[in-house]
Write a new protein. Structure first.
Length: 330
């Protein structure tokens, strides 16, 4: 019996991976990384289908990454997570024990931290959106992607808090909103609101919203509450949804501005955007904040991760003042 030429083709494996990641609310970056690693795994084994392979083939690929590719431990772990997701979730063929894998070694390096004086020098050389983003990185301990994805509804000026949604590990958390960032953010939102009203009047003003909110609440992506605090100037077209959306400020622009500010300040350390988050944690602990509180503000699962910033535990009280707000106190 001949197959019906009109019958739809089954989805490609990599499309199934992307769909499964989306259905489980994994971030866009994680979804893209998983697809990329699974593609590399298939190409490494000369385009054999993963259903025809197993633990030995996964071991061979991971060992190749460590020995020939000399990848870092975190990179190898990401590749492993992608393959575990492929076999356990997409193919429903969970892998057994992985034995004999040459594991990449994780170097015991301390994070680069700027002094309060160096932070002031860097901030003095930033302006506009890069300055406001830097204030959140250092003043609230946010990761770069978290700061760029802040929406209007996530900032609470009444309680001086910023809600960080779908952070690493798909978790939400609350951090302190520095007072020194308040006036700049209020002006930014006032400008954005005028621009957004004009965009809505012209039939635009949409941003992508999580999960199935658009189906449940049609038009929610055009509402003011869901708009980016740091919107990009251009729109992009989503073929699947058939609509133009406004993206948030791009990470590469912020990274470039930070790099230029560090050089202009004459700082010889290899400092980047994430250095401000490291400095946030270190300066809080220096000023007596409890390490458990810092752990919660950073969103660490284990306090051991936070302990890398200091050997001093439980020095202060529970109250937290953002280190950004006391830079001028000496």
């Amino acid at each position: 019996m001949r197959a019906d030429p009109q019958s739809p083709k089954p989805p490609r494996l990599l499309d199934r991976v992307a769909d499964a990641a989306t259905a489980r609310h994994l971030s866009a970056n994680t979804r893209k990384a998983y697809v990329r690693w699974i593609r590399r795994f298939i190409l490494f084994h000369r385009k054999r289908h993963p259903q025809e392979m197993g633990v030995a083939d996964v071991n061979a690929f991971l060992t190749h990454l460590a020995v020939a590719g000399r990848v870092s431990a975190s990179t190898q772990n990401q590749a492993l997570s992608a393959l575990l997701f492929l076999y356990g979730t997409v193919l429903e063929q969970p892998l057994g024990m992985l034995k004999g894998v040459v594991r990449a070694k994780r170097p015991a390096r301390l994070p680069t931290v700027l002094s309060p004086a160096e932070v002031k020098q860097v901030l003095a050389r930033l302006e506009g959106v890069p300055l406001m983003v830097a204030l959140l990185l250092y003043g609230a301990g946010m990761r770069l992607n978290e700061a760029l994805k802040v929406r209007v509804k996530d900032i609470n000026f009444d309680t001086n808090e910023v809600l960080i949604r779908e952070a690493k590990g798909n978790k939400d958390r609350v951090s302190v909103l520095p007072r020194r960032a308040r006036e700049l953010l209020e002006r930014q939102l006032a400008r954005n609101r005028v621009n957004h009203a004009n965009e809505v009047r012209d039939g635009r003003g949409f941003v992508q919203v999580p999960h199935a909110l658009e189906r449940k609440y049609p038009g929610v992506g055009q509402s003011w509450a869901w708009q980016w605090v740091f919107p990009a100037k251009r729109y992009y077209f989503d073929r699947d949804l058939g609509r133009h959306f406004q993206h948030h400020y791009h990470a590469t622009l912020m990274q470039r501005a930070m790099r230029e500010a560090v050089v202009a300040a004459g700082i010889g350390k290899p400092a980047g955007c994430h250095t401000l988050r490291h400095s946030f944690a270190t300066h809080l602990l220096m000023r007596g904040s409890d390490i458990r509180t810092v752990q919660e503000l950073l969103g660490h699962n284990d306090v051991k991760t936070t302990m890398i910033y200091t050997h001093v535990l439980n020095r202060g009280g529970r109250g937290v003042t953002s280190p950004l707000d006391v830079l001028d106190d000496g």
